[in-house]
Design a protein around this ligand. Structure first.
Ligand code: PLP
Length: 395
C-alpha cells in the first residue's frame, strides 16, 4: 500500500502524519459556491471555525467575499490574511461572538466591518463604542443582531444552535423592536451539514416570526451549516430561498459556510508504526483520534480510509489506534483486502475541515505537518511542527 493507488499525488516522501489539502478539489468547491453568488447576488463568507488554512485565503478571496470569525483571533486572521492581503477586491471581515469582552472590543472595531451581537444587552453595551469609532475614523461598520428562530432540524443536540435553552440569539419572546435602532441586519444560524430543504423550513419560521422587521434591515445572514458542495445538495432550492428573501425584503443575503468550502478537499496521511494482538489485530498508527481528528471521538463519526471496508466486509480486519496513552484513542474498526503491514500508509479522507482547526498536542503528540498539492508546484510541505510548539502552550 506504500505506492498508493488511491490518490494521484505521489506521497512517497510526504512526512507522516500530514494533512494534505488538494487545491484542485478546493477550487471545485469554491466554483460551486461562486455559482450560487453569481445566480443570486448573495455574498458568501468563509466561516473560519471550520477551515482556517490561511495559505489558501488569497485563492478563496478570488471566489468568496471575505471571512467570518467567532473570536478576536479568528477575526485577526481573516483581516490579516485575507482582507489586508487582497487589495483588488472589497473583502469583508465579519464577527459573531456570544459575549464580547471589554478588553478585546477596540481591536475588534479595528479589524472588522460587520459585527453581530447575540443579545440586545450586548448591543446596548457596545453600540456607543461602535458609533464613536465610526465618527472618529469614518470606517464603515455594520451591526446586526443574532436571532434564534427556535426551530432547527439538527438532531445531534451539541450541534444544534437553535435547540431548547440555546444561548445563541434572541428568541421571539425576548425580542424588543424598540431596541433595534442602529442595527442593519439579522443573523441566524440553525443548520449543520444540511440540505436546502432544512434551510427552507427554517426560513419559513424565521419569516413568520421576524419577517416584518426585516423590511427595515439592510442584510440578513443565513449562517452556516449549508452542505452546498455535497453531491446531493439541492442548489436550485437554495437559489430560490436566497432570491425570495432578497426580492421580498430588499436585503443583501449572506451565507457563511465553513465545512462546505473545504468538504472533501483534504486528507490525513498516516503510517502504520506497529501491530499488536489482543483477541483482535490492532494497528498502531502515527496519527491520533484524540489529537488529530478529535471529532471522531466527539461527534462521533467514522472517517473513511481509502481502500477500507466496514468490519468483516473485507478479509483482513483491524482496530486502528493512536499513539497516545488514552485507552479510547481508537479511530475505529476497519477491514482491508490485503494484510496491512508496518510502514504502510493509510489515507483518511475528508480531513480538511474541522480536523485541522481542532488539533491539539495532548500527551506531547506532535501535530501533523501541513502539505498542499497545487497544479503549479505539485506537492509541497508548507508547515511542520516541533517541540517548541508543544512547550510554548504550557507555561
Ligand atoms: C459554525 C458556524 C458556521 C459554520 O458552520 P459550517 O457547519 O461549518 O458551515 C457559520 N456561522 C456560525 C455562526 C457558526 O457558529
Amino acid at each position: 500500500m506504500t505506492k498508493n493507488k488511491y490518490i494521484d499525488i505521489d506521497i512517497t516522501n510526504l512526512p507522516t502524519p500530514s494533512f494534505l489539502v488538494d487545491e484542485r478539489l478546493l477550487k471545485k468547491n469554491l466554483e460551486v459556491l461562486k455559482g450560487v453568488k453569481d445566480r443570486t447576488g448573495c455574498k458568501i463568507l468563509l466561516a473560519q471555525k471550520g477551515f482556517s488554512m490561511f495559505y489558501f485565503y488569497p485563492l478563496i478571496a478570488q471566489y468568496l467575499d471575505g471571512t467570518t470569525a467567532s473570536s478576536l483571533f479568528e477575526a485577526k486572521l481573516g483581516y490579516e490574511e485575507m482582507e489586508k492581503k487582497v487589495s483588488d477586491k472589497n473583502i469583508e471581515t465579519h464577527i459573531f461572538n456570544p459575549a464580547y469582552r471589554d478588553d478585546e472590543f477596540d481591536e475588534i472595531l479595528d479589524l472588522t466591518n460587520h459585527i453581530v451581537f447575540n443579545s440586545f444587552n450586548q448591543w446596548a453595551k457596545f453600540k456607543d463604542r461602535v458609533f464613536a469609532k465610526i465618527k472618529e475614523t469614518g470606517k464603515k461598520i455594520s451591526c446586526g443582531l443574532r436571532i434564534n428562530p427556535e426551530f432547527s432540524e439538527v438532531e445531534t443536540e451539541i450541534y444544534n444552535p437553535a435547540g431548547r435553552y440555546s444561548r445563541f440569539g434572541v428568541t421571539l419572546e425576548n425580542f424588543d423592536e424598540k431596541r433595534l435602532s442602529g442595527l442593519d441586519g439579522f443573523h441566524f444560524h440553525a443548520l449543520c451539514e444540511q440540505n436546502s430543504d432544512a434551510l427552507e423550513n427554517v426560513l419559513k419560521i424565521f419569516e413568520e416570526k421576524f419577517g416584518k422587521y426585516l423590511y427595515d434591515m439592510k442584510w440578513v445572514n443565513f449562517g452556516g451549516g449549508h452542505h452546498i458542495t455535497r453531491k446531493d445538495y439541492d442548489i436550485e432550492k437554495l437559489v430560490r430561498c436566497i432570491n425570495h428573501i432578497k426580492n421580498k425584503y430588499d436585503v443583501e443575503v449572506y451565507l457563511e459556510p465553513g465545512e462546505a468550502a473545504a468538504l472533501n478537499t483534504g486528507f490525513l496521511v498516516s503510517e502504520v508504526l506497529d501491530m499488536t494482538k489482543n483477541e483482535i489485530d490492532i494497528l498502531l498508527l502515527d496519527t491520533s483520534a484524540s489529537c488529530h481528528m478529535p471529532d471522531v471521538l466527539e461527534m462521533p463519526y467514522r472517517p473513511y480510509i481509502f481502500g477500507s471496508g466496514m468490519p468483516n466486509e473485507k478479509k483482513y480486519n483491524y482496530r486502528l489506534g493512536g499513539p497516545t496513552c488514552l485507552a479510547g484513542d481508537i479511530i475505529g474498526d476497519y477491514s482491508f483486502d490485503e494484510p496491512v503491514k508496518v510502514g504502510d500508509k493509510l489515507i483518511f479522507t475528508d480531513m480538511a475541515h474541522y480536523s485541522m482547526v481542532k488539533t491539539n498536542t495532548f500527551n506531547g503528540i506532535n501535530l501533523p505537518s501541513i502539505a498542499v498539492y497545487t497544479e503549479k508546484d505539485g506537492l509541497k510541505v508548507i508547515r511542520t511542527f516541533k517541540y517548541e510548539d508543544f512547550r510554548n502552550r504550557l507555561s
